[in-house]
Design a protein around this ligand. Structure first.
Ligand code: DP6
Length: 327
C-alpha cells in the first residue's frame, strides 16, 4: 500500500523570512530561524491510488479554497516528478489549531504533506532533501521538518537553501504564548504581500543586517541568554513589519489589540518580567518567555482582556511519520 501519515508542527520565527530572491523556487532573501510549536500541529495522510483520475484533497473540519487546493496539487506534482510517477493521490489533512491562529497552517501543512507523500511513495530522501522540497511548497514549511530550533539557510542554489536543527527541542525550555486577538482570516496572503517586498525603501537594510543578527542569536542560544534573545526577536519582528508597512501597497497587519499587547509587554518588562513579543502576518501576538514566567504572563494577558484566547506552546520536535492514518 502506498500510504503514509505525517505530523508536522507550526513554527514561530525569531528571525523572519520576508522576501524571495526567486519566486519559482521560493529561495529566500535572508536566513531565518525558528522554534517548532507543539500546540499547532497538522496531521496529513497521503495515499497514492492506481487509476485515480485526479488528486482529492480534504481538510477535516474545514474547507480549502480552490487556490489552496491548486497549490497542494502543484506540490504533489513536484513530488511525483521526483518519484517518477503520474499516479494521483487521496490527501486528508487535519489541524489541531483554529484556522485563525495565524500563518501557521502553510508551514505545518506543507511540511506534513511533503513528508507524508514522500513516505507514501517510499522515496528515500534525507532530512535536508525533504526540507528543500517542502520549501518549494511554502518557504517557512522547511523549518517545520527538523527538530526544535531550526536555521533555514538563504542561498542562490536550491539544494543549498535547506533547513537544519541547531538544537533539539529539549535544549531550552522556552515558551510561546500565542495570544489570538482576532480569529478572522488574515487580509493579505503572505505570498502575495511578500512579492512586493522590494517596493519598501527599507528591505535591503533589513537583509544586510541579518548576518549580524544571526551571529548575535547564536551567542544568545549558546549562553541561553534570554534578554539578548528577546531583544533580537523583537527587533527583527519590528524590522519586518516596518518593511511590510512601507511596501507598496502598504500592509499593516496589526490592529488596536496587537498594539495594546505590545504596549503591555513593554510595561511588564519595566516591572521586571522578562517577556518579549513577535508577530507574523496577522494581528495575533506571540509572547516569548522562559518556562518559569508562563503562569504570570498568562494571568496578565487574561487580566488585560479576558476575550483573548491563548495557545501555550512548548518547543517541539520536527515532522514525523506516524502509524495511525486519517482514513
Ligand atoms: C511572516 O512561508 O507563508 O510568517 O513561502 O510564500 O508560502 P510562502 O510564505 P510563508 O511566509 C511566512 C512569513 C512569516 C515570517 C516567517 O515565518 O519567517
Amino acid at each position: 500500500m502506498k500510504k503514509a501519515t505525517a505530523v508536522a508542527p507550526a513554527n514561530i520565527a525569531f528571525i523572519k523570512y520576508w522576501g524571495k530572491r526567486d519566486n519559482q523556487e521560493r529561495l529566500p532573501l535572508n536566513d531565518s530561524f525558528s522554534m517548532n510549536l507543539d500546540g499547532a500541529l497538522t496531521t496529513t495522510t497521503v495515499e497514492f491510488i492506481e487509476n485515480l483520475q485526479e488528486d482529492s484533497v480534504e481538510l477535516v473540519g474545514g474547507e480549502f479554497s480552490d487556490k489552496e487546493k491548486q497549490r497542494i496539487i502543484r506540490h504533489m506534482d513536484r513530488i511525483r516528478e521526483k518519484a517518477g510517477t503520474s499516479m494521483k493521490a487521496k490527501i486528508v489533512t487535519k489541524n489541531s489549531f483554529p484556522k485563525g491562529a495565524g500563518s501557521a497552517s502553510s508551514a505545518s501543512g506543507f511540511a506534513a504533506l511533503t513528508v507524508a507523500a514522500c513516505g507514501a511513495w517510499g522515496l528515500a530522501l534525507s532530512e535536508k532533501e525533504l526540507t528543500v522540497l517542502a520549501r518549494e511548497g511554502s518557504g517557512s514549511a522547511c523549518r517545520s521538518i527538523p527538530n526544535g530550533f531550526v536555521w533555514w539557510h538563504a542561498a542562490s542554489q536550491s539544494q543549498e537553501s535547506y533547513a537544519e536543527s541547531l538544537c533539539p527541542a529539549q535544549y531550552w525550555d522556552l515558551r510561546d504564548i500565542l495570544v489570538i486577538v482576532d480569529d478572522s482570516m488574515k487580509q493579505v496572503a503572505t505570498t502575495d504581500a511578500m512579492d512586493q517586498v522590494k517596493t519598501s525603501p527599507f528591505w535591503e537594510q533589513r537583509v544586510e543586517g541579518i548576518t549580524e543578527k544571526m551571529k548575535a542569536l547564536f551567542t544568545a542560544l549558546k549562553e541561553k541568554n534570554f534578554p539578548l534573545l528577546g531583544e533580537i526577536i523583537e527587533e527583527d519582528c519590528l524590522n519586518m513589519h516596518a518593511v511590510m508597512m512601507t511596501q507598496e501597497p502598504s500592509v499593516l497587519y496589526w490592529n488596536s489589540h496587537t498594539m495594546a499587547l505590545m504596549d503591555a509587554v513593554y510595561a511588564w518588562r519595566k516591572e521586571g518580567v522578562p517577556v518579549y513579543f513577535t508577530i507574523d502576518a496577522g494581528p495575533n501576538v506571540h509572547l516569548i518567555v522562559e518556562a518559569g514566567n508562563v503562569d504570570d504572563v498568562i494571568h496578565k494577558v487574561k487580566h488585560l482582556d479576558p476575550n483573548f484566547s491563548i495557545i501555550h506552546n512548548t518547543p517541539h520536535k520536527g515532522t514525523t511519520i506516524i502509524g495511525e492514518h486519517l482514513f
